[in-house]
Design a binder for this molecule. Structure first.
Ligand SMILES: Cc1cc2nc3c(=O)[nH]c(=O)nc-3n(C[C@H](O)[C@H](O)[C@H](O)COP(=O)(O)OP(=O)(O)OC[C@H]3O[C@@H](n4cnc5c(N)ncnc54)[C@H](O)[C@@H]3O)c2cc1C
Length: 498
């Protein structure tokens, strides 16, 4: 990365994924960076020690399955190759585009040059964050202060907007202050920035939306001499409407399973947290059962559960003007999305990288703030808007299914049919459709682009017109039991709420 001519002093609040990414990007400019983190440092040792012993109260989702997108992997490959090398040395894997192809596409697969951009890192989140943290901590101009909680912002007011000049934090119960040229808030979804700015008389507009879904994750490790199951006709990721599932291949022989249910499925949500029931459900899902077979793998953790999740977008520019200068909010602290889409870490890393680019482009505080806001709207906003639309539909559908009164209107029926009988089979039968959808999923392209491309639309329409019988060969057998069968098998009350 280009070196800045005027090294600056930067404070980053939070040593989570985004804060560490910002330290990496700004440290690479030669700037002096202090990262202030409320949690303790990781224990000595490798991924296993960190998985079992690194207390991360500040990141509740630390031990949930994480997918890391190609956009993140490509950034590391192109700008931070040493970090990517550290990750693979620690056992993180790079999965290629071909690794995710269904059998029908794999048989005739001819790699295209652009497929190299669709590879992605696959690992436990703890492992990836551990490696990122150690890589960043080894940089001469970066210092990470653990067990320090930021309590507020220092600022100057010479008219509007205010100018942030540092932070107040607490170390061992003692209040302290640090001053800096720039402060970056990367303190995650629970960021106190809105409250801190309010104290300075600045109000922040926030959009929020419910994610509507509960997450459950359990980790497993392959037994000695056991391999991961070969890719079969049953997908390892699927959506049964009342339950979504996914197998996440990870580092060092580990993998995890995530089950996600609409929040309204309260009985199911209560039941899934019991390890035996979690494994029972896995055994009933054909795409998952070979993974959790006790002869192949052993469970390595409890079932981690997380609900009450909301998405948010916080506006740090109002009517075209920044609300605070020399202060940037990145990662979940700024924009938080439904984990289902697996974008949070990649989005935080991208923001950190692009922020460093903005700093090298402009030294004017006002202009930097506006450039950052423009970048967020260009790079992140299209994903946020699409996600909120999709989540709203899913929540509506889950309520109707649960209550037994699902009577979608014509538009909703057509959209569903286009997905079920068009997009889904086309993505399993046509490599060009698969590539186009994956480019949107992996944040390489605006997520709306694929379905605006006439060629891709035509290809999908062909599958729509072929009809269900012929598409059935591509879609394979059902992903799992219907809701009432699952509820019966789990001995759960199957009654619907009138
Ligand atoms: C169930 C679940 C599954 C997910 N799955 C995926 C996935 O598959 N892929 C993906 O990319 N994303 C996923 N996400 C989202 C992803 O975890 C977040 O987007 C990501 O952690 C955001 O990183 P961050 O650094 O912005 O915030 P965080 O990871 O939350 O880090 C914030 C840091 O700030 C520290 N901190 C907080 N307050 C203070 C303070 N006052 N002073 C000092 N330090 C402070 C915290 O201790 C923490 O270390 C998932 C989220 C959930 C809930």
């Amino acid at each position: 990365m280009e070196q800045a001519s005027n090294p600056q002093q930067v404070i980053i609040i939070g040593a989570g994924f985004s804060g560490l990414a910002a330290a990496l990007a700004l440290g690479s400019l030669g700037w002096r960076v202090q990262v202030i983190e409320r949690d303790g440092a990781p224990p000595e040792g490798g991924p296993e020690a960190a998985f079992s012993g690194w207390a991360r109260r500040g990141v509740a989702q630390m031990r949930h399955s994480h997918v890391f997108l190609s956009r993140l992997t490509n950034l590391m490959r192109d700008h931070y190759p040493g970090l990517l090398a550290d990750m693979t040395a620690a056992g993180c894997r790079i999965l290629e585009f071909r690794d995710g192809l269904p059998p029908g596409l794999l048989a005739d697969y001819i790699p295209a040059p652009e497929d190299a951009d669709l590879s992605f890192v696959s690992s436990r989140r703890v492992t990836l964050e551990l490696v990122l943290r150690r890589h960043v901590a080894a940089m001469a101009n970066v210092e990470i202060l653990s067990d320090c909680k930021v309590r507020g912002l220092l600022y100057e007011r010479q008219g509007a907007p205010i100018s942030v000049t540092g932070v107040e934090f607490e170390k061992d119960g003692t209040p302290q202050q640090f001053r800096a040229d720039l402060v970056i808030d990367a303190s995650g979804r629970g960021s106190r920035s809105i409250a801190w700015l309010e104290k300075a008389g600045v109000s922040i507009q926030e959009e929020t939306a419910p994610a509507g879904i509960f997450y459950f994750t359990r980790h497993y490790r392959l037994r000695a001499n056991m391999q991961e199951p070969p890719r079969g006709v049953h997908p390892t990721v699927g959506d049964l409407d009342y339950l979504k599932y996914g197998v996440f291949r990870a580092d060092n022989g580990w993998f995890s399973l995530t089950l996600a249910a609409p929040e309204i499925e309260t009985q199911l949500c209560d039941a899934v947290r019991v390890p035996e029931i979690f494994d029972h459900i896995c055994a009933l899902l054909p795409g998952v059962a070979p993974w959790t077979d006790v002869a192949r793998a052993e469970p390595m953790s409890q079932v981690f559960a997380m609900g009450g999740l909301r998405s948010h977008w916080r506006h740090f520019c109002a009517r075209g003007n920044p609300v605070a200068l020399n202060f940037f909010v990145i990662g979940d602290a700024a924009v938080c999305s439904n984990p289902l889409y697996g974008r949070g870490c990649s989005a935080g890393f991208l923001q950190a990288h692009l922020l460093a680019g903005i700093f090298t482009k402009s030294s004017n505080s006002f202009e930097r703030a506006l450039l950052f806001d423009t970048m967020m709207r260009r790079e992140i906003r299209p994903y946020y808007d699409l996600m909120v639309r999709q989540d709203t539909q899913s929540i509506r559908r889950a309520h109707a299914l649960r209550n037994g009164d699902y009577h979608p209107n014509l538009r909703a029926r057509l959209a569903r049919r286009f997905f079920e009988d068009g997009i889904r089979p086309a993505s399993r039968g046509d490599i060009k459709v698969m590539r186009a959808l994956m480019r949107g999923f992996h944040m390489l392209e605006n997520p709306n682009l694929a379905l605006q491309d006439p060629d891709i639309l035509l290809r999908i329409t062909r599958y729509l017109l072929r009809g269900r019988t012929r598409n059935g060969e591509l879609l394979g057998p059902p992903l799992g039991p219907e809701r009432h069968v699952m509820m019966e098998k789990l001995s759960l009350n199957n009654e619907v709420t009138p």
